[in-house]
Design a protein around this ligand. Structure first.
Ligand code: SF4
Ligand code: SF4
Length: 319
């Protein structure tokens, strides 16, 4: 259910305190994808940027281990994205290198690889996030992959909700919930050009976007991020899912101190490295080049926090 928070907020923190000790590295290995969803900007799927070199990937893993794990005492969680990250040549070897450094890891995928691939990958993953794109997905095969993964590891499924096909996609989401009762599922609102403005949803559709689809327990301690708490000035806290904060427009923290760069890092397909998806603080380095990894929070300079991954970072009103 959508809520409003009338009290002035003083902080946004993780409902699961252990999540504050993790640096979640959103790592885009390249921009090639076997799909070309109509709502996805070409630069996120057209393969115009070559896959990152294996030696640069390994060298960055070593920097992350030295800075975040050994230096700051944080758990390092790599989350591989793309394009379609499972298409990266030697993806299994990359995951094995990550494991060897004691990192946790997950993948954000369209789920289109074979069951054989996912059976092998499941042994190297701590969780998986699949996104269902109705324009391209093989629905029966997607259900099989969800069934397999949800039996073996924490699985979250995002179902992209195009307003023109809303009811049909909502029915598909129900079928995913039946096939994989252990998975958590989000009906994901689409943003125009993946920017800040939502597609034109009707009020009824907007209300449905906050509905619970799966019966699975929503936040799982084994995920790098889950639910947040909005803390009021009087110290009382209210739990919010990131998606609900976005839909309710409660995602504006300009001027606050944000742990972007400490709890999060973003590696772009080009090899540029940022604190978070929002890009606050600018480029802090490049793969295979100079890099200064952050040790402290940063002041938010954005009018809104548009990405769910960025919402799931601790922030507090600056004193
Ligand atoms: S599957 Fe993802 S990366 Fe590929 S085209 Fe669709 S939205 Fe873009
Ligand atoms: S926009 Fe960036 S800096 Fe601002 S709150 Fe979100 S993640 Fe933090």
């Amino acid at each position: 259910m959508m809520r409003q928070t009338p009290r002035p907020a003083a902080a946004l923190r993780h409902a699961e305190p252990a999540h504050a000790g993790v640096v979640l590295v959103d790592w885009m290995l390249g921009n090639a994808c076997n799909h070309a969803c109509s709502y996805c900007p070409a630069a996120l799927h057209d393969g115009s940027v070559p896959w990152q070199r294996r030696e640069d990937v390994i060298a960055l893993m070593d920097r992350l281990a030295a800075h975040y794990a050994e230096g700051l005492g944080r758990s390092v969680w790599l989350q591989f994205t793309g394009g379609e990250p499972t298409s990266y040549p030697g993806f299994s070897e990359i995951m094995a290198e990550s494991r060897a450094r004691g990192f946790l890891q997950s993948v954000v995928s369209n789920g289109s690889r074979t069951l054989r691939f996912w059976k092998k990958a499941a042994g190297l993953l701590d969780s998986a996030i699949l996104t269902y794109h109705d324009e391209f997905a093989d629905h029966a095969a997607f259900l099989e992959v969800c069934r397999l993964l949800s039996d073996r590891l924490p699985l979250h499924v995002n179902v992209t909700m195009h307003p023109a096909r809303f009811d049909a996609i909502r029915a598909r989401a129900g079928e995913i919930a039946e096939a994989a009762p252990g998975a958590s599922i989000t009906l994901k609102p689409l943003r125009k050009g993946f920017g800040t403005a939502l597609y034109d949803y009707s009020p009824a559709q907007l209300a449905q976007l906050s509905e619970r689809v799966s019966r699975a327990p929503d936040p799982r301690a084994t995920l790098p991020r889950s639910v947040m708490e909005l803390v009021a000035e009087d110290g009382t806290a209210e739990r919010w899912r990131a998606n609900d904060l976005l839909v309710a427009g409660q995602n504006r923290w300009k001027g606050w101190r944000c742990e972007a760069g400490v709890e999060s890092l973003r590696v772009k397909a080009s090899g540029e490295i940022l604190r978070a998806v929002c890009g606050t603080g600018g480029v802090i380095g490049r793969m295979g080049g100079p890099l200064t990894l952050p040790i402290a929070s940063i002041r938010c300079s954005r009018d809104s926090c548009a990405c769910v991954a960025d919402i799931l970072i601790s922030k507090r009103r600056a004193s």
